[in-house]
Design a protein around this ligand. Sequence first.
Ligand SMILES: Cc1ncc(COP(=O)(O)O)c(C=O)c1O
Length: 404
Amino acid sequence: MTSAEPIRLAARAAHLPASATAALDARAKQLIADGVDVINLTSGEPAFATVEPAALAAIAAIGEDFTRYTPAAGIPQLRSSVATYLNRHGTTYTADHVVITAGAKQALHYAFTVLLETGDEVLIPAPYWVSYPHMVTLAGGVPVEVRPAPGGSLKITPEQVRRAITPQTRVLLLNSPANPSGVVYTREELTALATVAAERDLIIISDEICDHWVYETTFTSVAALGPDIAARTLTVGGMSKTFAMTGWRIGWVAAPAGVSRAVAAVQSHTASAPSSVSQRAAHGALTADLAQELNSRRTALDERRKTVLKALSDVPGVQVDGEAQGAFFVFVDVSKTYGLRSSTHTISSAAEFAGLLLSEAQVAVVPGADFAAPDHVRISYTVPPDRLADGLRRISTFVASLTT
Ligand SMILES: Cc1ncc(COP(=O)(O)O)c(C=O)c1O
């Protein structure tokens, strides 16, 4: 277009910042397109195939022409199979509590939409998944960061939550296992946080999308902590990460029935419902016996996780923070490399570290600025073991090559 564009965007869209990660991602993709052997450790999804029962159920659904609008809350069989699936963690959901959405992302968007009045504050433990604050802002709310104490645990405490609460606080957002840090809160820690929420009459939104990806510890679902907690909790999850179904776009909210009805009403006026075929695929996966396959996938990722932790512990100047017991990420403080020189530049931020690692060692990692952690980079260990080992060697060689 030659002249200035006459369309003025609404403030809520105009002020949505472009992701700082996007530029690095674009550079990595360009290098790959140019034939450069980039090892991409940025992925937010496990590199497994979609589980077979999902694919077969989808094919059957298409064969039966199951291709029309579904009820806004999702097909009843899937709402029911999701409730059963969630209850393996000790919750007591029924189909009425569950609304099927186009991914956990849309579930979170609906949750904020039905809960927040303009100006309501949402407490978000930092470092956090990049989309949370923007979702809160889009729904008229105010994101409020709760930062863990320095020292590398990357977990927030009840005291920090208490200090962040104001008369406007309405929601405490929890995400365990966490993206980007990989930390997993214990049952005791979650109980303590949920107790503060109950004391101060806050709603809890618990993003449990990575509930399957937990190593050397156990997962706790917040709504399983007791009926009083369940009554103030919205559990968000989905098929994307556990079943390697990111592209199928099936997630859910499970919540007290009044909240679920409101979520379904919003969905009925916006998306209508998620894809009918994907819903049948999800139901196929949830009702198949996949325990063995999913466990062996978890073991495979756990081995890669251990490889990363071992390799990075031998690299001076980089420090894995948090216990990295969940999801598929390690979160690495690179601030000790600040002031060191690569062959072309002096490093002064994690973003620069990531940029130089890409241009000089051809390894892509995600800088932490978008996660409210500007001294960290996120390393994803979902790539095959040989590529991962090569990537770790390159990181080690790159850091060793830095000079004062
Ligand atoms: C913490 C977290 N929550 C939610 C989502 C959204 O997942 P979905 O694919 O189900 O929309 C992601 C995806 O990366 C995530 O990392």
